[in-house]
Ligand binder design. Structure first.
Ligand code: ADP
Ligand code: MG
Length: 616
């Protein structure tokens, strides 16, 4: 029998290795930035075109490479950083595998220009798909410039797999920020399609964080410092009241390397216990220095996960260090997030005795005549347009859709007189045919049974359709703010806001100014209140970031979905009778009353037949 096994040619092996090292343009940025840092650069410039798909260039003023080193650097397992397996346990550099350049050169057009300080001329090497196409001396400043063009040009499947420019740019910015946060003493710049995204001058940690995340960040940071035998912890956590709706600003660095650690994240969150609003996430920028011997960074090919020798001790120390900081900086006692300053005793009354208040009763008060109840749910103008009296008519014409939604069962809305209470003897037809269950469901009657509606889901469908209509057809009404609202965002968030500005304005937002790291808002949709604006935009940006489709229509859709999610009345909100009915009425005026924008069912029905069966 003949032999089958043969060694793979180098370029094939390199392509396979590239699959591990280079997932997307951002991975190239990470590798090149790390090489520049390892080379001792003080200035590092990144230039990208089309989210790195067309061009990624990293220029540094590090120690450069000799002609031989320049040739060698593209060989697989060629590294200047370790010499033996021993060295793996005392790593001081970012790289050590010697795989990055070989991998990148296997799947792109690469041009390297490099020169060590003490040489007259530098070296320029062009390499495509692992084969060198030219090599010549060149004039170039001290340091290294690496140009990576047409990434995945020879692997169309990988190229097609790349996400939209927005998403890929986001990944690049993430990598760039992680490296820049870990090395505040190095100058970094990032340019995309000719415009500057970041220009970060060498500084300290606190200032670097502020420069990246925008003006007001500085005030939000609480320093954390702890020096123990096994770990030195430094850095900052965000004050709890600035906790975000998304996990965006959470960073751990171990020995200047960004890592992900759900376990350590848990320690941080535990330190914040009792201080955070539900579904918010604290910001943190935590730098841990440990003995390189006590960690194993070798367990993940892209090296964002780390194995610690003594995780439990680290957990405990981290948690207590943060708790201590939060306490020391007087952050912990701020427990009352929803405190309304208007409820504070005015100064003049502070020392006066209390009088027994007079009780006044409005004997003409009729709760059913009142549109809005005393609950904290604000139905907004659009809700008030319809009169509750005509509620039955609103069901007309929608019955068919409801029927199709209600799995075959025959349904008709109750239009007969309904007795609201056992003791109700009045001839007048009661308006209230709904009630609220568990502050979560609206129960309504049908001729053929009952209807149970999830209030939050129903409202999100209503808002979603309304917002879509506003964005695509006509402009919505806007409420003018008395004082313009100034909100801080980081550079990338501002970029995204600019892209969706027009659509947002169709929903009722009015932006008077959008500059580099802040926006000024003078009008907001009538359906939301001023205090919700920041949360809502934050949520929207994080939704867009995580799931930005390419074409305009889908972006509109995503916007409407995200806003509807944020603005909809939540489970746990008490609804007055008329509010419940508004929701029911408007829901069944929707094009698709059965499903939320996220495809969850909004209501269920129980027919009399089904009820009967339960009693047999
Ligand atoms: P690793 O970083 O794991 O050693 P790479 O493939 O990333 O492997 O780089 C190979 C070698 O090329 C490095 O060990 C280093 O000696 C050299 N090198 C790469 N980039 C630079 C740079 N920007 N400046 C100087 N030398 C570099
Ligand atoms: Mg490297």
């Amino acid at each position: 029998m003949s032999d089958f096994i043969q060694l793979l040619p180098d370029h094939v092996a390199n392509q396979i290795a590239a699959g591990e090292v280079v997932q997307r343009p951002a991975s190239v940025i990470k590798e090149l930035l790390e090489n520049s840092i390892d080379a001792g650069a003080e200035h590092i410039q990144v230039v990208i075109k089309d989210a790195g798909k067309t061009l990624i260039q990293v220029v540094d003023d590090g120690k450069g490479m000799s002609l031989t080193d320049a040739r060698m650097s593209f060989e697989r397992h060629a590294t200047s950083k370790i010499k033996s397996a021993e060295d793996l346990f005392s790593l001081k550099t970012k790289g050590f595998r010697g795989e990055a350049l070989a991998s990148i050169a296997a799947i792109a057009h690469v041009e390297l220009k490099t020169k060590p300080e003490d040489e007259e001329v530098g070296t320029c090497i062009k390499i495509e798909g692992s084969s060198i196409s030219s090599q010549e001396p060149c004039v170039t400043p001290k340091g290294t410039s690496l140009c990576v063009k047409n990434l995945f040009y020879n692997i169309p499947a990988r190229r097609n797999f790349l996400k939209s420019d927005n998403v890929e740019t986001r990944h690049i910015i993430d990598e760039f920020q992680r490296v820049a946060l870990a090395h505040p003493h190095i100058n970094f710049a990032l340019h995309h399609n000719g415009s500057e995204l970041f220009q970060l001058n060498a500084t300290n940690y606190r200032q670097r964080i502020t420069n990246i995340f925008g003006g007001k960040t500085n005030e939000k940071l609480v320093p954390v410092n702890e020096d123990t035998e096994i770990v030195k912890i430094s850095g900052f956590v965000g004050k709890p009241e600035f906790a975000k709706r998304s996990r965006g600003e959470q960073f751990f660095f171990v020995n200047d390397r960004f890592i992900k650690s759900p376990y350590l994240n848990h320690a941080v969150v535990a330190a914040f216990e009792g201080l955070l609003k539900e579904k918010t996430y604290p910001s943190y920028f935590l730098y841990l220095q440990v003995d390189p011997k006590s960690i194993d960074i070798n367990i993940h090919p892209t090296k964002t996960e780390i194995k610690f020798d003594d995780e439990h001790a680290l957990y405990a120390m981290l948690r207590s260090a943060i708790k201590h900081s939060l306490g020391q900086f007087n952050v912990a006692p701020v427990l009352d997030f929803d405190r309304d300053s208007e409820l504070d005793t005015p100064y003049a009354y502070k020392n006066k005795g209390a009088e027994i208040p007079k009780v006044e009763v409005d004997r003409d008060f009729n709760p059913f005549k009142n549109e809005t109840g005393g609950s904290n749910y604000r139905p907004g103008n659009s809700f008030k347009k319809e009169s509750t009296a005509g509620w039955e008519s609103l069901y007309a014409g929608t019955t068919a859709e409801i029927e199709s939604a209600a799995a075959g069962g025959h349904m008709e809305f109750e239009s007969e007189e309904v007795t609201g209470s056992l003791f109700d003897t009045s001839e007048e037809k009661p308006e209230n045919t709904t009630f609220q269950l568990h502050k979560k469901f609206i129960v309504s009657t049908l001729k053929s049974g009952i209807l149970v509606i999830d209030q939050n889901r129903a409202h999100s469908r209503i808002l979603y359709e309304e917002l879509l209509k506003n964005i695509t057809i006509s402009a919505a009404v806007s409420q003018q703010l008395l004082f313009p609202l100034k909100l801080q965002f980081n550079a990338h968030e501002v970029e995204m806001l600019k892209q969706i500005r027009e659509s947002l304005e169709q929903t009722g937002f009015v932006f008077s100014e959008i500059n580099k790291d802040a926006v000024e808002i003078t009008g907001i949709p009538t359906l939301i209140s001023e205090s919700e604006v920041e949360m809502l935009l934050e949520q929207l940006l994080s939704d867009l970031e995580n799931d930005v489709p390419d074409n305009g229509f889908s972006q509109t859709d995503l916007l409407a979905k995200s806003l509807a999610k944020s603005m909809s009345v939540k489970t746990g909100t008490v609804l007055s009778g008329s509010e419940q009915q508004h929701i029911v009425n408007r829901l069944f005026a929707c094009k698709e009353p059965g499903l939320t924008p996220f495809n969850k069912s909004i209501f269920i029905t129980l027919t009399v037949d089904e009820l009967e069966k339960k009693f047999t």
